[in-house]
Design a protein around this ligand. Structure first.
Ligand code: PRT
Ligand code: ZN
Length: 300
């Protein structure tokens, strides 16, 4: 096997909502890249990991066809492509291996503000505009609803005004687009966030090792995001209560304090956001000399 084949290829959205976050995450995993002149390829300088910059809709197929080993893409796109493969009698050769906790949104059915809606039965024999025909078909079938799906490749929200549909089914994050078009959300169809998918094609041991390393580093990057290192002094008698109050930390390190038999130092990594209220509660429980530090890197 030549060295080129031993390099990991990751498909990343070229230009869109997931691009900056995806590149930022990979950089925080320690990857350094140089971008090709056509900006479609990033060569990994310090690791055998390259990026292919493509449209998000192409990512599942690139990973399924083993052109790329990994891809970063919205779960909504992954699920839609998975259902398309299934409808064509096949199976997408990719697996979701990691949730990235960004790009959160949901696919929702929305109705014109003035229209009445009494639950999913109100969708019976209506027309629903969407770009997500696979996920919507699946949702309607699970709810025993017969409805006409009207395909829109974009600007789905204008379909009712054009008289093309009674409802729309589109991605929502803040809800501002629906409001601006006098639409209101009536059903959640699918929850989504950015995920990592991996090809089902077998990888060489070396590649598998690098994939495992990348996923472990991603995990570390996500974990430190809200994590803090807390140091405090505590009366021995209050140790149980203080441990209970430390957010997201089950096993603090307890260190004796020279010349103070009744007191200990407690050090803990807290994996949740540390609020001022938490510190005030710790102080009320007897803690003193409280110090909260950011966590730079973490490896479980
Ligand atoms: O060019 P390419 O095909 O790569 O990009 P794209 O235009 O298909 O996708 P892009 O960049 O818009 O979105 C990429 C991914 O981001 C999606 O597949 C989702 O996983 C995720 N995501 C998160 C969103 C949104 N939030 C989102 N709000 N994708 C789209 N929207 C759109 C939605 O379609 C609607 O038009 O934003 C509008 C609604 O937003 P709010 O905030 O007004 O509710
Ligand atoms: Zn797209």
């Amino acid at each position: 096997m030549n060295t080129k084949e031993q390099r990991i290829k990751i498909a990343v959205q070229k230009s869109g909502r997931l691009t900056d976050h995806s590149l930022d995450l990979l950089e925080r995993c320690g990857l350094k890249f140089t971008q090709s002149k056509d900006q479609l390829f990033c060569y990994g300088e310090n690791m055998p990991v390259d990026l292919l910059l493509v449209r998000d809709d192409d990512i599942p197929a690139l990973v399924s066809d083993d052109v790329c080993d990994l891809g970063i893409v919205g779960l909504n796109v992954v699920e839609e492509k998975r259902l398309q493969f299934e409808n064509n009698g096949g199976e997408g050769q990719f697996d979701r291996v990691f949730q990235l906790d960004f790009g959160h949104c949901h696919l929702a059915i929305a109705a014109p503000e003035a229209a009445s809606y009494d639950g999913v039965a109100s969708l019976q024999n209506t027309r629903i505009a969407t770009s997500y025909t696979g996920i919507l078909t699946d949702f309607l079938a699970r709810n025993n609803i017969q409805a006409e799906i009207v395909y829109f490749s974009g600007a789905v929200e204008i379909a009712p005004k054009l008289g093309r549909a009674d409802f729309v089914c589109d991605l929502v994050s803040s809800g501002a687009t629906l409001s601006a078009n006098q639409l209101r959300e009536v059903e959640t169809v699918f929850e989504s966030e950015a995920v990592v998918i991996q090809t089902r094609a077998p990888l060489s041991d070396l590649k598998q090792e690098w994939v495992a390393r990348i996923l472990q580093r991603l995990d570390g990057v996500l974990q430190v995001r809200e994590s803090k290192y807390i140091m405090l002094h505590a009366p021995r008698a209050a140790l149980a209560e203080i441990t209970r109050l430390l957010p997201g930390s089950e096993f603090p390190t307890v260190i004796p304090l020279e010349g103070q038999p009744d007191k200990v130092a407690v050090h803990a990594v807290c994996r949740e956001f540390v609020f001022w209220e938490t510190l005030e509660n710790l102080k009320s429980a007897g803690a003193s000399s409280l110090l909260v530090l950011p966590v730079e890197k973490m490896l479980a």
